[in-house]
Design a protein around this ligand. Sequence first.
Ligand code: NAG
Ligand code: NAG
Length: 418
Amino acid sequence: MGGWTLMEMWKILFGLLFTRWPSCGIRMDTNTGAPDGLCSTFVEPYYSKYDCHEYSTVTPDGFRLGLQRINSRSDSGQKGPLLLNHGVLNGGDAWVLNSPDEFDVSPAFVLADAGYDVWIGNARTTRYSYGHEKLTEEDEAYWDWSFDELAAFDLPSMMYLVHNVTNKKIHYIGHSQGTQSALAALSEGKLIDIVNKVALLAPVAYDSHIWTPLLAGAAVLHLDQLVKMLGFNKFSTKTPQGKQYVDLICQEGNLDCDKDYVTAFTGTNCCFNYSKFPFYDQYETQSTSTKNLVHLAQLYRADKFQKYDYGAAENNQRYNSIYPPAYDLSKVPTQNLLLVYGGLDPLADLVDVQRLKNELSPGYKYLFKPNFAHLDFIVANNCKQQLYDEVMAFFEDEQNMGITFFENLASNGDTGMQ
Ligand SMILES: *[C@@H]1O[C@H](CO)[C@@H](O)[C@H](O)[C@H]1NC(C)=O
Ligand SMILES: *[C@@H]1O[C@H](CO)[C@@H](O)[C@H](O)[C@H]1NC(C)=O
């Protein structure tokens, strides 16, 4: 990916400047607005086996988030509540894309079958959330957020809703950005009284060694800033602007994105069924804010896990410091924490994961999946045997289930990379 010259960067800038953007008001992947979007789309065909209910909650800054609760009818959630929180450019449906009957059954069904009271979270601006109390998609402020707000507002609002309804402590499974917002929130002492065990799949805190061109190329090129300057606040690979951005990255990085877009951006997934891609593509990716991607690009360049950098003056107003404050990973409670990471994952890559492991306090467990890339955690064939049996063993009591977790007993003595 290296070797971009200044000239090429200008080419991109001018390319973006002189592209005719369609006029405002395009609504490509908006919220359904339907009270039963995810349940009716993905679970209704299996209502004889599963119960699915739609919930919603409002964040302190006004976003209406959708949640869905899925229980097996034969084993209705007696293992307690479990919240699934998706990654960036995904929505909650990532956990239910595959039918319950197939070999490549989706995680939400595996967990419901095993007796968990499964809750699916949907971050602000994704398809199965419901917009905002005052703002619309056309407002700039609707897109004025990054994972700082997911950690400060969305995750606590979802967790407290589940806690209010169930009155129980909640197990948590996050994927990708769903791990990043959890690490940020837990490092600040949030949610500790209501969270039970936490499994982080493809964990991301640091991202300076990611080798997915969507972000690495963008970060190196400062494309994020160009894009921000040109004023697209919403980022979606499905809008004309987003498509163009992805094309530029592909062109400049000499990637054959037409042939294998999935591998170019998420790594060589061991267990991804490519013939299902046209189906997945109807639902994913979903939109996020450009600011969220800018934040990820900032982390890449700063080589830190810290809050959004507004520049010295505004940082000073917001944070009382000209630098953005770092999230202190040593404060994350680790007694009930599991990290699961893949050997071929360009987004939660081994160097950044190792740094995360070094900075967490001792006591957490981890599992290494040498053949996993980024999407295997959510859509792998046979994900029960490949992964979720182990995650459930961690929730239940691994001692009795014959599974070996690696244990981090001393944070700096651990070299535990396989
Ligand atoms: C939880 O319940 C309390 C008390 O009824 C309420 O004030 C709060 O808004 C609820 N929180 C959520 C996220 O539902
Ligand atoms: C892959 O998906 C196709 C289309 O849904 C399906 O027919 C096939 O059985 C799947 N293969 C595996 C190994 O699950």
